[in-house]
Write a protein that binds this ligand. Structure first.
Ligand SMILES: [Fe+2]
Length: 201
């Protein structure tokens, strides 16, 4: 009887990349085209650079939320399974907004996992499952990385006259990030502290 097992040899041909197209890349990743949006080229270039970093980190945060959505377990399973998925979906919307801002500014948006892994500033999560406390800490740290860079990037975009990018970062990335952080922090003892008590007043 013929075995139906798929062997490594069977899979190998699928790993061979398709032949390169006759034209190749029509715009390199590092290249930014001039677009008629009445924005200074230098401002567009520096915004694209910021947005690529923000994209890589937002994609990573979205993927972290999905990982924890799938790997939730224990007495709080149902609550976190749903909460993490809601946040993942909101982060996914942000990824699309950021990617289309990069394209609007004439850039080529970062897109593939391998490129994202090289660029992101969020530490790599283990492949295995972590417990709920570790999942929450990892997510809070990722949010903090994004919020810190977002505030600096929004300020730089605003000073460079790119108020469109400033608006997307402030109205979407920062506001959603802060809101999601609020939801997570309620579940972590010690993460919400009295400011006066912290100052010793
Ligand atoms: Fe799901």
């Amino acid at each position: 009887m013929k075995s139906t097992t798929i062997t490594r040899e069977d899979r190998t041909p699928r790993k061979v990349p398709p032949p390169a197209s006759s034209t190749g890349e029509v715009q390199g990743f590092e290249h930014v085209q001039r677009t008629p949006i009445a924005l200074d080229a230098g401002s567009a270039l520096s915004s694209v650079e910021s947005l690529q970093q923000l994209m890589a980190d937002t994609i990573t945060l979205r993927d972290l939320y999905k990982k924890h959505h799938w790997q939730a377990a224990g007495p709080t399973f149902y609550m976190f399974h749903l909460l993490f998925d809601k946040h993942a979906s909101e982060q996914s919307t942000l990824v699309d907004l950021l990617a289309e801002r990069v394209q609007t500014l004439g850039g080529v948006s970062i897109a593939m996992a391998a490129d994202v892994a090289e660029v992101t500033l969020i530490p790599r999560a283990p492949s295995g499952r972590e417990d709920t406390a570790a999942q929450l800490e990892r997510l809070l740290h990722a949010h903090e990385v994004i919020l810190l860079e977002s505030r600096a990037m929004a300020r730089a975009a605003s000073e460079a006259g790119d108020v469109g990018t400033d608006d997307i970062i402030v109205s979407n990335v920062i506001r959603i990030g802060e809101l999601q952080t609020w939801f997570l922090a309620q579940h972590v003892p010690g993460r919400v502290i009295e400011i006066d008590a912290e100052r010793g007043a």
